[in-house]
Design a protein around this ligand. Structure first.
Ligand code: SF4
Length: 278
């Protein structure tokens, strides 16, 4: 890590401490380079190995799954419960609103991202910014609309920023662990045929820390509560890396999803984002 990033990292650890987080994972060697204040007894306990995240002492959502009613009614009941959630006091305080999820409760395909950003926090809907526009384009290529699928995040509240600064931060494991039961309840109600996990953080939120990268996980199938999950790159990664080969990799993931649903695939669709023939 560059030396100029040490001080902001120390400030961020202090923010976590003030929000009650008691541990944080840091890359090997970084802890020793931080200013001494961030390693004080009042700061989060920093670890150079992955923390034990199975502790039952951590607050975690325990959604009530309404046993009867249509999917729409059961999802509405879960939404009403989630909107009141205060389990992460710092996020409940900083959020504009809870971003529960949007789409068809009967959807056969569900997309899962990591957390609301500033745009989503304002609108109350996941994937409404630039990355959301790209997701809509990806759906159009699949000949689907946003209304036909369901979109949700692992974390339902926007991760707060130090000093209310703009921008977005990656949610912590503690936050994602606390909120994951809501997403699992959504999956239990909707019962999609396939889930697409968008980006490494969404995969981490769903399955815990991975020993490999999203580049290696994409192209494979994982499973959440019996539902096949296809990890792929986050649309915002595509926005920052505009190359044809990367678009093709994501498209191949979506083709696999279409085969699994199944959805009709034309020859034209099979050829999207292939390099032009010479
Ligand atoms: S992030 Fe999830 S668990 Fe935390 S306050 Fe928001 S809804 Fe509740």
């Amino acid at each position: 890590m560059h030396a100029e990033l040490l001080e902001p990292t120390a400030r961020y650890l202090e923010l976590l401490r003030r929000h009650g987080q008691r541990d944080a994972w840091l890359p090997a060697g970084l802890m020793r380079r931080l200013p001494t204040a961030s390693a004080s007894p009042t700061s989060p306990q920093t670890r150079e190995t992955q923390p034990d995240l199975t502790s039952k002492a951590r607050p975690m959502a325990t959604p009530t799954l309404t046993p009867s009613g249509t999917k729409t009614e059961r999802l509405a009941a879960l939404r009403a419960e989630t909107l009141q959630c205060q389990i992460c006091p710092h996020l409940a305080k900083s959020r504009t609103q809870v971003v529960f999820g949007v789409g068809d409760p009967e959807a056969r395909l569900m997309f899962v991202g990591e957390a609301p950003g500033a745009d989503e926090d304002e609108k109350g809907e996941p994937f409404v910014g630039l990355a959301g526009k790209l997701l809509t384009k990806m759906l159009t290529a699949m000949e689907l609309t946003r209304e036909q699928i369901y979109i949700a995040n692992v974390l339902k509240c926007r991760p707060d920023m130090p000093g209310s600064t703009s921008g977005n931060r990656k949610p912590t494991r503690t936050e994602m662990d606390a909120c994951l039961p809501y997403l699992r309840a959504q999956v239990a109600i909707i019962a999609p045929v396939v889930i697409v996990a968008l980006g490494a953080t969404a995969v981490e939120g769903l399955f815990g820390p991975q020993k490999t990268t999203i580049s290696r996980l994409r192209g494979t199938w994982m499973e959440l509560d019996g539902v096949p999950v296809r990890p792929t790159f986050h649309p915002s990664y595509l926005l920052h890396n505009q190359n044809l080969a990367l678009k093709r990799l994501v498209w191949e993931d979506l083709l696999s999803v279409m085969e699994r649903l199944p959805l009709p695939i034309s020859e034209k669709q099979r050829g999207f984002f292939l390099p032009p023939e010479k």
